[in-house]
Ligand binder design. Sequence first.
Ligand code: ADP
Length: 362
Amino acid sequence: MKILVINCGSSSIKYKLYEFPQKTLITKGLIEKIGEKNSPMRDHGHGVSALLTRLIKEKAIESLDEISAVGHRVVHGGETFRQPSIIDKKVLKKITECSKLAPLHNPANLAGILACKKNMPSVVQIAVFDTAFHQTIPQYAYTYAIPLKYYKKYAIRKYGFHGTSHQFVALEASRILNKPLETLKLITCHLGNGCSITAIDKGKSIDTSMGFTPLEGLMMGTRCGDIDVAAVFNIMENENLSLKDIDTILNKKSGLLGVSGISNDIRLIKQGAKDGDSRARLALEMFIYRIKKYIGAYQFILGGADAVCVTAGIGENNPDIVEEIRKSVYALSGDKTKVLIISTDEELMIASLSHELISSPV
Ligand code: ADP
């Protein structure tokens, strides 16, 4: 059967079409410039129509009837979604409610779902949430030490993101180590433009570095990661900044970019450091230091780890950074903890979870 995976951003749709149960990739692509001025893709509806027409034109499918299910990446599932879900009216309403927690992401995901429903009304649509894998994190780890009423009133807590990537990498680690996931303690490091680390005990996420939003935790391409909130108040006051201004600074102008002043791309930072640029060197040292700090903390709370798995754009393509991590892990645990580089595939994970859901008996 054919499963289509859709990842809808605010102005783009990434897609991959798979054949199951073989898990072979038939085709993949990107529809861009949705909603932009002078673009023929006026909205996500047009984007999805163009995508489906392209699949037929490329002969990936002869007709839409061949698609058995569409798996949608949905960024935020709040506390409602612990598992992938078949999208019906109730699920749609709950995803809409979760938009409060991810106002930039969930509306685009929803637009993609509605466009697919319109174009393929009889095809089952499945939502796979970035946050769901982390819903096993215990309360003492997900609660912020602020008045508890804000959790009750506004659902302020750690949620964690990159869930499908961490889950995929954990399953791959179990396959590589040839041991059941239920027997393993793993630390998975998703190091892309966004970066997060997860502690996984017996296949379950027990802590992760991102928080209420993807801003918390590691230093990232353009996000600051952990910071004393009082420093944020201080900057706002000194520079007379609005909430929107400071949000842009912390999410889009910080991290590797903000410290180096060069770029959010690790390749350019490494080149700068090599050429003797002190800000680039500092950015690189900070980036690696924070990763090590989280790995150390997670090794401790897990009571040791069978493997530290490194993935995504930075993790998969920078053996020198992985070597730095390996040295520290080795110094603590010797050969007991392996360091593995694993290619992540979030779309394949979404397709696999969708396949599992439609294949399981009701
Ligand atoms: P995203 O989070 O946007 O999916 P990726 O996982 O693709 O990001 O990671 C993007 C980052 O990975 C880039 O900013 C760059 O720093 C790094 N990267 C990508 N390809 C390479 C490469 N060939 N060599 C070194 N670094 C790379």
